[in-house]
Design a protein around this ligand. Structure first.
Ligand code: B12
Length: 139
């Protein structure tokens, strides 16, 4: 029963995503897609259809997914200079010893662009595809 409801909800969000910006109780929302990719641990990629209030930041979309999907979770830590750093996704945390972190990308027609700010500052565009990719950096 719960899974049927979840499937219907996903379909509704998918239809909304295809249509573009929508309004609920007078407030405008921007649909977007968010994928989580972790090739370092051979995990199956997952994709969520979600939305953020028009002009809102990516953090709002992550929170919205976390509220509706029990299988999605994330943690953040505050940096005194740059704001919010995405520390872990689904229990997997970046780690300076292994030089790993959650890279935040925007995908369009197979091209991946590095976001130039963090989740607390980035304002997603309508139907944007955001990718959280567990990555390594070279020292
Ligand atoms: C090295 C570096 C990283 C490393 C830090 C790991 C490490 N231990 O070295 C890694 C690869 C993890 C990284 C990641 C990202 N980074 Co960076 N990073 C830098 C860089 C080149 C140097 C930072 C540094 O070492 N300073 C010296 C030390 C002594 O000072 P510190 O305060 O302790 O440094 C810490 C913070 O800078 C923090 N940090 C690094 N990047 C970011 C990004 C955000 C949003 C936050 C909150 C914190 C943060 O990690 C450092 C180590 O703990 C700066 C540019 C610069 N020249 O300053 C960009 C910079 C800080 N990063 C930036 C960005 C955008 C990112 C990413 C969002 C990129 C992406 N699209 O994935 C991600 C963060 C993703 C996430 N999970 O939230 C921007 C931030 C701009 C902004 N106003 O938000 C900068 C300014 C580069 C730029 N665009 O000009 N980064």
């Amino acid at each position: 029963m719960a899974s049927t409801r979840m499937a219907i909800l996903s379909m509704v969000i998918l239809v909304i995503s295809i249509q573009g910006t929508f309004t609920i109780a007078g407030e405008a929302f921007v649909p977007l897609r968010l994928s989580v990719v972790n090739d370092l641990s051979n995990m199956t990629p997952e994709t969520h259809f979600t939305s953020v209030v028009e002009g809102g930041v990516l953090l709002g979309a992550l929170r919205r997914i976390q509220e509706t999907r029990p299988d999605f979770m994330f943690t953040i830590k505050e940096d005194p200079n740059y704001g919010l750093f995405l520390e872990s996704v689904n229990g997997v945390a970046g780690n300076p010893r292994d030089q790993t972190y959650w890279e935040i990308l925007s995908e369009n027609s197979g091209e991946y662009k590095h976001l130039d700010v963090g989740i607390g500052c980035y304002i997603p565009a309508e139907n944007e595809h955001i990718v959280l990719r567990f990555s390594t950096w070279a020292k």
